[in-house]
Design a protein around this ligand. Structure first.
Ligand code: SF4
Length: 351
């Protein structure tokens, strides 16, 4: 897959043809292989935000956890600054000084028994970002970088004394304490009030430009992805199905799943309606497929209003639609992208 940023040099963080399988059991108790993520490739670049969007259960959190080295890949590699990461203690230590995570729940991600001064000071000390004395000044500075101003007013407070939005800002300040090159933000606004969400999104946007950070923003919310992200990757049933610049993917979506995802933002019943049009037998097509029993051919075919016979038997190719916009779909097979002179031919894979 080609992307709009490949001309910017080496990605700071890359998932290269990454898959993750789990052993599980289906509803009848039979052993099955759960394909949580399959053949996913994405690249994060400094000063850019990439949104990873999809319904819950699409595999985006699993992919984020693979990127975060929470567990090893079944296939494929995670590369940091072009170097393949191994699950060794040394590689993990190097990794976490460059990559930090922001979790969905600001209420449980901070130690409620310690004041902010301790929470941030501990990270600064562990990562050797200055002496204890310097940590006090840096703590105030970090708080002000996330717009908790004046920082001195917050250092002696406990997480329980802060609002949800303020806690998420402290969680972001804690991530920034190690001066990371990458932030992996897993639904960082989903537990916040609507009025605060925009503030946190604006903060992510500022961090990207002011601190040269690459950000992966994981969300099920297309509108927020459009607001904050430079690039978008769409995930369905463990596969990336469409990707490219945000305005191209969300403005002119090509994959039928992306189209339904966007329409469902305005009308959540669209998924069910689309499924009913193509429903065969008693299959419940209003829900994503069971990852232990994925449909043959295109994984989206039972729900797809444009499914063709071929879609039910053969996995679709990845087709380069324009220089930087691609989709995994039979509808575009044979499409010839606009010519370019500097990048390699698009990769075509079977899912
Ligand atoms: Fe729909 Fe076929 Fe494209 Fe899958 S490959 S999204 S079933 S048209």
């Amino acid at each position: 897959m080609s992307d709009s940023t490949e001309e910017q040099g080496t990605p700071v963080l890359e998932a290269r043809n990454v898959s993750r399988y789990f052993d599980g059991r289906d509803q009848a108790g039979r052993r099955v292989k759960i394909r949580a993520v399959q053949d996913a490739t994405l690249r994060l670049y400094p000063r850019r935000i990439m949104a990873l969007v999809g319904e819950s259960g699409s595999g985006k959190t699993t992919l984020a956890r693979l990127l975060a080295m929470f567990y090893p890949t079944s296939e494929g590699d995670i590369l940091l600054n072009g170097r393949v990461m191994k699950p060794s203690r040394k590689d993990k230590r190097d990794y976490y000084s460059d990559v930090q995570l922001i979790f969905q729940d600001p209420f449980s991600s901070l130690n409620s028994l310690k004041p902010i001064r301790h929470i941030l000071g501990r990270v600064l000390t562990i990562h050797r970002k200055g002496t204890k004395k310097e940590a006090a000044t840096k703590t105030v500075d970090l708080l002000e970088r996330v717009n908790l101003i004046p920082g001195g007013r917050f250092v002696d407070r406990y997480p329980g004394e802060l609002s949800g939005g303020q806690r998420q800002r402290v969680a972001i300040a804690r991530a920034l304490a190690v001066e990371p090159k990458v932030l992996l933000a897993d639904e960082p606004t989903s537990m916040l009030d609507a009025s605060i969400r925009l503030d946190v999104l604006n903060l992510l946007s500022e961090l990207r430009t002011e601190h040269d950070v690459a950000i992966l923003y994981i969300t099920h919310d297309i509108a927020s992805a459009r607001y904050v992200a430079d690039d978008v990757q769409v995930m369905y049933a463990g596969e990336l199905v469409e990707g490219g610049p945000t305005e191209s993917v969300i403005g002119t979506p090509k994959h039928p799943y992306t189209q339904l995802l966007i329409k469902s933002t305005a009308d959540p019943s669209r998924f069910k309606q689309a499924g009913q049009r193509t429903m065969s037998g008693d299959a419940d097509t209003s829900e994503p497929p069971d990852p232990g029993h994925l449909p043959s051919g295109c994984r989206f075919n039972p729900r797809c209003p444009k499914a063709m016979d071929q879609c039910r038997t053969e996995a679709p190719p990845v087709v380069q639609l324009t220089r930087d916009h691609w989709a995994r779909c039979w509808l575009y097979d044979g499409h010839v992208p606009e010519q370019r002179t500097t990048s390699p031919s698009p990769r075509r894979t079977q899912g």
